[in-house]
Design a protein around this ligand. Structure first.
Ligand SMILES: Cc1ncc(COP(=O)(O)O)c(C=O)c1O
Length: 280
């Protein structure tokens, strides 16, 4: 979508306090906020990356025009419904950031239904170099008056989405089983509910440096990621210690459709070997 609007309102946008930045890519979440010169506020997340509803309410009470809800890595926050209710009570619009959660929305149906609009990042989940989509929920069409679609972006319906979704879920289930013996050293951030389709399999690394493990896994040819390894400077360690602890310890394992079960097994074997080496 391209905007034909000349200016945007400058009221506060509330974001979850878990927004990453990298020298190469900047911040996919925060750069648009900064470039539109919107004022941002941040609501806390806890050590499992779930929303701190009490803090969200405090921030809403300070005034907010928009609440951005991010369904991280395809996972739906247990406080999703409460978050939307709270935001509505304070008169804020709700943007569901489904950059990672398009499949959870389309196939699980457990997000994307309660907010005003949803954002898909098509290129993150589909084999295309760039592209996103804005989904407008019924009755909210007025919010996007003046937005024009870019006809060069392929439609998600051009792809075999169901095959991708099945592969992602199967890979996540396999990883869950393979990682069980590493409990206490590599712990899944969440268990996989039946209505979620992960973008990546998020784990917490304990006892060794996540950064070293990440480097060694990649050097060994396994494409693991640390998606939000550095918080944007607005999210300080003093104010948001749980966010920084997550940023230091979360690693994202691949579950994409091209991965094979054999590769996942080899990856976990290497993960286990590197954990032993790093902790010896
Ligand atoms: C949660 C989240 N939202 C939005 C974006 C931005 O997506 P895009 O690359 O399509 O601009 C990213 C990625 O950078 C992201 O991780």
């Amino acid at each position: 979508m391209r905007s034909s609007r000349a200016s945007w309102p400058t009221q506060r946008v509330l974001l979850p306090a878990y927004v990453g930045w990298s020298a190469r890519e900047g911040s996919g979440v925060f750069d648009p906020i900064a470039s539109l010169k919107l004022t941002a506020g941040f609501y806390r997340v806890d050590s499992t990356l779930h929303i701190d509803l009490a803090h969200l309410e405090q921030e809403l009470a300070n005034g907010a025009a928009v609440v951005v809800l991010i369904h991280y890595f395809g996972h739906v926050d247990p406080g999703y419904t409460n978050t939307v209710e709270l935001a509505r009570r304070y008169g804020a619009l709700i943007v569901e950031d489904e950059a990672h959660a398009m499949f959870t929305d389309l196939f699980g149906g457990s997000c994307g239904r309660l907010g005003d609009v949803c954002l898909f990042s098509l290129h993150k989940l589909l084999p295309m170099p760039t592209g996103g989509a804005l989904v407008v929920n019924p009755g909210r069409e007025g919010l996007v008056a003046g937005l024009v679609s870019d006809p060069s972006i392929p439609s998600p319906w051009d792809f075999d989405l169901l095959t991708m979704v099945r592969a992602r879920r199967r890979h996540a289930e396999v990883l869950g089983e393979l990682l069980a013996p590493l409990a206490g050293r590599v712990d899944p951030l969440w268990t996989l509910p039946p209505d979620e389709v992960p973008q990546t399999f998020a784990v917490r690394i304990r006892g060794v440096s996540r950064d070293l493990l990440y480097e060694r896994m990649n050097a060994a040819g396994f494409g693991v990621v640390s998606l939000y390894h550095t918080m944007i400077p607005e999210i300080t360690a003093a104010q948001f210690p749980a966010s920084h602890e997550l940023a230091r310890t979360v690693m994202n394992l691949p579950v994409h459709q091209e991965a094979s079960e054999h590769e996942l097994r080899a990856m976990v074997v290497e993960l286990s070997r590197q954990l032993d080496l790093l902790s010896s």
